[in-house]
Design a protein around this ligand. Structure first.
Ligand SMILES: Cc1ncc(COP(=O)(O)O)c(C=O)c1O
Length: 456
């Protein structure tokens, strides 16, 4: 029980009256299927009960049974190269007809190729890989490597972070909606202050000052807690898109090296070009000791995650470290190779950076027009619009963000809410300028409707 404490919210609540109104507005057939879904699936916050029924997903779009089509800028961040990507579908079909499953005591060329190509994309190429069926399990594996190598179990991670739903991952994660009713958490999980120059705890909004403050606190924890083995964070948090300056990462790296702590980056939703660099940390000129990948890695088709650890960390030969049944997943590896081919062939990194600049231009226009926008943060095609009641006080406007979500859904644009008042767009990297224009026009119309601004 948390009494009257005002806790941070994460996504849009599936128990809200607006959600019920939305469902009431759907056709009878869709409502029937939603009821059937609720009857067979275990309910949980932010998933079941669901909001709509889909019958297809292709490119940037979801097709609902009701006939509504959504331009999907949410996609659980798996649709970097679009839904039903032809390269991935073809490669997976081919692999299934060739070798569908690789038992753990064997290997196959597709597994070696997938691992080598992910390593090849790192700057130093000095990594070794393990495949894992989910992001959450991959984070758990990264923490296990750190324990084995350092002999220390304590880990520093960030408040407000998310690293997956497993018990180890929610212990490291900093969101109450995941740890509520679950205690006790894994011993040795220590939280630091995430970088946030918009709502900084020191008053200053100077990126450098905030970065140094956050790292002073990390050092303070290390000096007082002792026995820290790892530091885990998302270099750019996907759900609020705060982008620390390069100096933050350089000092973080030094702190870890000086204190013999392994630096783990969770890039599950942000790698593979979404930040504008292939791996998000490549924007900052440093490399982590362990890198965790997932989501779009399986090409939006296969559940697939991976851990890349520096070669020198390959020293757990005597234990079963990541003993997963699907350790060398044939279909997943085919999907990884096809995803990498597609990103390279269609120059999606370059495309991402061009469209990012366009999104920044359109966003700046919105910011100049609407006082309800407190801050807009963009890195590649990670886009966050933060809604406030007042630009000076920065009081969160959660109600407006939720109204905007439903107003946009009605007009065919889907996205995620986070931190209660942030609207997050993660368009697929294949998004076009026309699709971005459509999204901005639906969004602006919704802002005008919901804030009572009369039309021009
Ligand atoms: C940053 C981050 N880490 C870990 C995970 C967990 O990944 P999975 O859902 O595949 O377990 C997620 C999923 O949303 C994520 O966003």
């Amino acid at each position: 029980m948390h009494g009257n404490q005002r806790l941070n919210r994460e996504g849009e609540l599936n128990t809200s009256s607006r959600r019920q109104l939305w469902i009431n507005g759907l056709d009878e057939e869709s409502r029937r299927l939603l009821e059937e879904d609720e009857a067979v699936f275990i309910k949980q916050s932010m998933s079941t009960p669901c909001m709509d029924v889909i019958i297809d997903a292709e490119g940037c779009y979801l097709q609902a049974m009701s006939g509504q089509k959504y331009l999907d800028f949410h996609g659980n961040s798996v649709h970097q190269i679009g839904y039903k990507n032809p390269y991935v579908i073809e490669a997976v079909y081919k692999q299934l007809g060739n070798i569908p499953f690789i038992p753990r005591r064997y290997t196959a060329d597709i597994a070696v190729e997938a691992a080598s190509r992910l390593i090849e994309k790192t700057s130093s190429k000095d990594y070794k890989a393990l495949f894992v069926p989910s992001g959450s399990a991959a984070v758990g594996l990264a923490l296990k490597i750190a324990r084995k190598v350092t002999g220390r179990h304590k880990v520093i991670s960030m408040w407000e972070s998310f690293h997956g739903a497993g018990l180890d991952a929610i212990s490291a994660g900093g969101e109450y909606v995941f740890s509520k009713d679950m205690g006790p958490m894994m011993p040795g999980s220590i939280k630091a202050i995430p970088y946030n120059a918009y709502r900084s705890l020191i008053g200053s909004t100077s990126k450098e000052a905030v970065a140094q403050f956050c790292l002073d606190y990390v050092e303070y924890i290390i000096q007082n807690e002792g026995d820290i083995g790892a530091l885990l964070l998302e270099p750019i948090r996907a759900t609020d898109v705060h982008v620390p300056p390069a100096s933050y990462f350089q000092r973080l790296k030094r702190i870890c090296a000086t204190n013999d702590i392994l630096l783990i980056f969770d890039e599950i939703p942000t790698a593979l070009g979404r930040s504008g660099a292939f791996y998000a940390h490549q924007l900052f000129g440093i490399e982590p000791d362990i890198l965790v990948l997932g989501k779009g890695l399986g090409g939006g088709v296969i559940p697939q995650a991976a851990v890349l650890a520096r070669t020198r960390l390959d020293c757990a030969h005597d234990i079963s470290l990541g003993h997963y049944t699907h350790e060398k997943p044939a279909a997943g590896c085919a999907a990884i190779c096809a995803t990498l081919n597609y990103i390279a062939e269609f120059k999606l990194l370059e495309h991402c950076n061009v469209l990012s600049a366009y999104a920044a231009k359109r966003s700046a226009q919105l910011f100049n027009r609407y006082e309800c926008l407190g801050d807009i943060r963009i890195a590649g095609l990670l886009i966050c619009f933060e809604f406030v009641k007042n630009r000076k006080t920065k009081e969160k406007n959660e109600d407006l963000a939720e109204r905007l979500l439903y107003a946009c859904l009605k007009n065919g644009l889907s996205f995620k809410l986070s931190a209660g008042n942030c609207i997050i767009w993660h368009p697929p990297l294949i998004v076009t300028t026309e699709q971005l224009d459509f999204a901005f026009s639906v969004f602006e119309k919704a802002i005008r409707e919901c804030t009572g601004v009369l039309d021009f």
